[in-house]
Design a protein around this ligand. Structure first.
Ligand code: HEC
Ligand code: HEC
Length: 264
């Protein structure tokens, strides 16, 4: 595992150097909005890459007994047999988390990077969950050592080979409508569309297109989420998929919304 992390860190480092080269090569020609936007994108990528390196580095410095963990995960067989050799999960811990306790741990440790649906679709054996959780902890999952074994047990019991077919949670007509219903603007009211246009051009148009009709990013014109300002703001601030997080004040968010609502 240690070797894999170092290799991965090296890869990310190489990407980072490439990004820096791109920024440097464009530094002489920073006179158009488009160049600024792509330089900004490159810097955002760089920030993500740096974060990854930081996670990897701290994972390496933990110096965990990787071979024991790997051995535990690959040896087939029962739960006891797989957990015994791994010092990091051998802590005597009460097993049998309730559904709420299990989900609370997952929320704290896993949902910063994954959707609950992705986890619910897994059908892994106890040995496979042990290996996965160990790997995720090395990658920075926020999990106390004492919670590692109980969470692994809970995941194996809940999303194990016998868990049955995965059924996406059914969404009723009412719930579907509620997902699209407008929300009060709150702190995102009364934006200025002109200021919003400038902000949009600077920070969004590189991906969503000059008229917000979609490019790398999706169409933003005439979409219901424009009238769900708090959700919109959260998506932009947290980022999603290929969209990196963007820090914006409530007032700036209001301005961008006013601009996008005015587009037809
Ligand atoms: C810091 C971000 C991060 C956190 C936190 C995290 N993961 Fe992951 N996880 C990843 C990444 C990145 C991958 C893809 C890694 C790979 O391909 O080996 C992954 C892969 C997985 C996979 C394999 C999915 C697949 O189909 O490839 C599972 C299962 C998983 N994680 C479960 C968990 C669980 C359970 C937790 C919480 C204990 C967790 N992860 C926490 C980043 C994270
Ligand atoms: C680096 C490219 C990039 C930049 C910059 C970017 N976006 Fe995105 N955006 C995307 C992509 C790609 C998606 C689709 C994400 C997904 O769901 O996988 C997306 C999705 C969104 C969504 C969700 C749409 C939906 O269907 O729910 C909103 C809202 C959004 N972007 C707004 C913005 C705003 C506002 C800005 C500027 C402050 C911005 N984006 C900047 C790439 C970008």
């Amino acid at each position: 595992m240690r070797r894999a992390l170092v290799a991965r860190a090296r890869e990310v480092g190489a990407t980072l150097v490439g990004v820096l080269d791109t920024v440097a090569s464009r530094a002489g020609a920073l006179d158009t909005a488009a160049t600024l936007v792509s330089a900004r994108e490159a810097v955002a990528t760089l920030a993500v890459a740096t974060m990854t390196v930081a996670t990897m580095t701290s994972a390496c410095s933990k110096d965990r007994p990787a071979t024991a963990a790997d051995a535990g995960a690959t040896s087939a067989g029962g739960a006891g047999a797989t957990r015994a050799p791994d010092a990091s999960v051998a802590v005597a811990a009460p097993s049998g988390l309730s559904a709420e306790e299990g989900r609370a741990l997952v929320r704290g440790a896993c949902l910063s990077c994954h959707s609950e649906e992705m986890l619910a679709q897994q059908r892994l054996t106890h040995a496979q969950w042990t290996k996965t959780v160990t790997k995720m902890v090395a990658w920075g999952a926020n999990l106390e050592p004492k919670d590692t074994a109980p969470l692994t047990d809970w995941l194996a019991a809940t999303y194990g080979p016998n868990a049955g077919a995965y059924e996406p949670a059914p969404i009723g007509e009412e719930a579907a409508a509620a997902e699209l219903a407008p929300l009060p603007d709150g702190p995102f009211a009364n934006g200025d569309a002109e200021r919003g246009r400038a902000l949009y051009t600077d920070r969004c148009s590189g991906c969503h297109g000059p008229e917000a009709r979609g490019h790398i990013g999706v169409l933003l014109v005439d979409r219901p989420f424009l009238y769900r300002a708090p959700d919109f703001a959260e998506t932009v601030r947290r980022g999603r998929g290929k969209m990196p997080p963007t820090a914006m004040t409530d007032a700036e968010m209001a301005d961008v919304l006013a601009h996008l609502r005015a587009l037809r």
